[in-house]
Design a protein around this ligand. Structure first.
Ligand SMILES: C[S@@+](CC[C@H](N)C(=O)[O-])C[C@H]1O[C@@H](n2cnc3c(N)ncnc32)[C@H](O)[C@@H]1O
Length: 194
């Protein structure tokens, strides 16, 4: 089978892979079950044991615990010192992160298989992205996947589009990918600092 991940996840990960250099710094603003962080760790930290770092956020302890398990099972022990798992909201990333990041990723929505009411919300998401802009390194990027298939997700995507449309084109390229022949399909946004 050629395709293993849903197309929006595949697309975002291909962007990350082509964009990142080993030893870059990434922030996973929505850790969830840790799959995105694991993918980033394989690029940034393993196998060469480079100086790459990943700082991760999730408001649910459950997410931190399940990610810890996944990462332990799939990464070398020494790679852990380069990954921080913070059981905190991403609302203001600058409160917890002081270094510049090359890539900041958001996979919005709720933890799969968990309480759907605990989901990312437009107000905190926009505020987080505002803080992400402050932390971006030169030529850094922000990757966002949004899910309009549920009520909060739809509100969030509309707010995101309105917000991102106004980003200064002299400073950033803002791309929006959406499957046109599928209703309420997830969107992928890629924002690159010039
Ligand atoms: C779709 S999941 C992320 C999937 C994940 N990246 C993965 O690879 O498994 C979205 C996550 O965002 C988390 N979340 C919701 N609001 C948040 C907030 N304000 N700050 C940080 N995480 C939040 C949820 O708890 C949930 O685990």
């Amino acid at each position: 089978m050629k395709r293993q991940k849903p197309p929006h996840l595949d697309l975002s990960k291909n962007y990350w892979k082509n964009f990142l250099d080993k030893s870059d710094i990434a922030i996973d603003a929505t850790l969830g079950n840790g799959f995105d962080t694991l993918y980033l760790a394989k690029i940034l930290i393993e196998p060469a044991n480079t100086k790459g770092k990943i700082i991760c956020f999730d408001i649910q302890k459950k997410a931190i615990e399940s990610s810890k398990l996944l990462l332990k099972e799939n990464l070398k022990k020494e790679s852990f010192k380069n990954i921080s798992l913070l059981n905190k909201s991403h609302e203001d990333l600058t409160k917890h992160v002081t270094i510049k990041a090359n890539l900041i990723v958001y996979n919005l929505g709720y933890l799969p298989g968990s309480d759907k009411k605990i989901t990312t919300k437009s107000k905190t998401t926009i505020s987080s992205i505002e803080s992400a802009f402050k932390l971006l390194a030169k030529k850094g990027a922000i990757s966002i996947i949004s899910y309009p298939g549920h009520f909060e997700g739809e509100k969030e995507e509309i707010a995101l589009i309105e917000y991102l449309k106004k980003i200064d084109k002299k400073e950033y390229n803002v791309l929006h990918f959406r499957w046109l022949n599928k209703e309420k399909a997830p969107s992928f946004f890629w924002i690159e600092k010039k």
